[in-house]
Design a protein around this ligand. Structure first.
Ligand SMILES: C[S@@+](CC[C@H](N)C(=O)[O-])C[C@H]1O[C@@H](n2cnc3c(N)ncnc32)[C@H](O)[C@@H]1O
Length: 201
């Protein structure tokens, strides 16, 4: 699940990775995006060289949003790939999904897209995860990590060449990643709180 579709970079990068490594897997991508104008304009954006070979997929999806009068979904399908883009609010969309293996938590920052980073939001995300699912996000903020951990997710930190630190979260404990103990963080910093839909007094 790609939260949210935007220019579809995550979707294309996933396809690129699978093809480049000859992975024999079927891919189903589910992605909400509430900006219809953006979905209709995707043809006009420039894409990184590596992804250009798959840009036709984005163009097909965009074309559906252009042609149909009140489109809610655009679907792309080939032998190994299915993509569903939902034009609407992600908070509504995620209530209808289940058995998701990977969540790309790639909304704009919580200052801009607050509703996609709260404890209530992650409660719904938790429900749709498969047992071994992974959530991956660039955010390392404590209120965001608490919004996940207070729903029962285990928080880990990774480093890669693109970003110094980022967060991955699982429903189950992991051995091979650096564990971030959010309970300990709360003891050390009693004022640390998860981001919530509404601020309580
Ligand atoms: C950082 S961009 C996503 C980038 C995208 N993952 C990519 O690979 O190109 C964030 C997107 O979230 C969309 N968005 C923000 N809040 C949303 C919501 N509540 N429901 C659906 N889409 C939302 C914005 O319109 C924007 O396109």
């Amino acid at each position: 699940m790609d939260i949210c579709f935007g220019l579809g970079y995550n979707t294309l990068a996933t396809i690129y990775y699978i093809k480049k490594n000859n992975l024999d897997i079927k891919l189903n991508i589910y992605s909400p995006e509430f900006n219809l104008e953006l979905l209709q304009a995707l043809k006009n954006f420039e894409y990184p060289k590596n992804l250009l070979q798959y840009k036709y997929i984005i163009d097909e999806i965009s074309q559906i949003f252009i042609q149909e009068s009140n489109p809610t979904f655009a679907k792309y399908k080939d032998e190994n790939i299915k993509i569903e883009v939902f034009n609407g609010d992600a908070r509504k969309y995620i209530k209808n999904l289940s058995n998701i293996d990977i969540v790309y938590q790639d909304a704009f920052s919580s200052d801009v897209n607050k509703s996609l980073w709260t404890k209530e939001y992650f409660a719904d995300i938790y429900k749709l995860l498969s047992t071994n699912a992974i959530i991956t996000t660039y955010s390392i903020a404590t209120p965001i990590r608490l919004a996940m951990s207070e729903n029962g997710l285990f928080i880990y930190e990774i480093k890669n060449n693109l970003k110094d630190r980022s967060t991955i979260a699982f429903k189950t404990k992991q051995e091979n990643y650096k564990f971030i103990d959010m309970e300990l963080k709360k003891i050390r910093n009693p004022s640390a709180k998860p981001l919530m839909d509404k601020i309580s007094n």
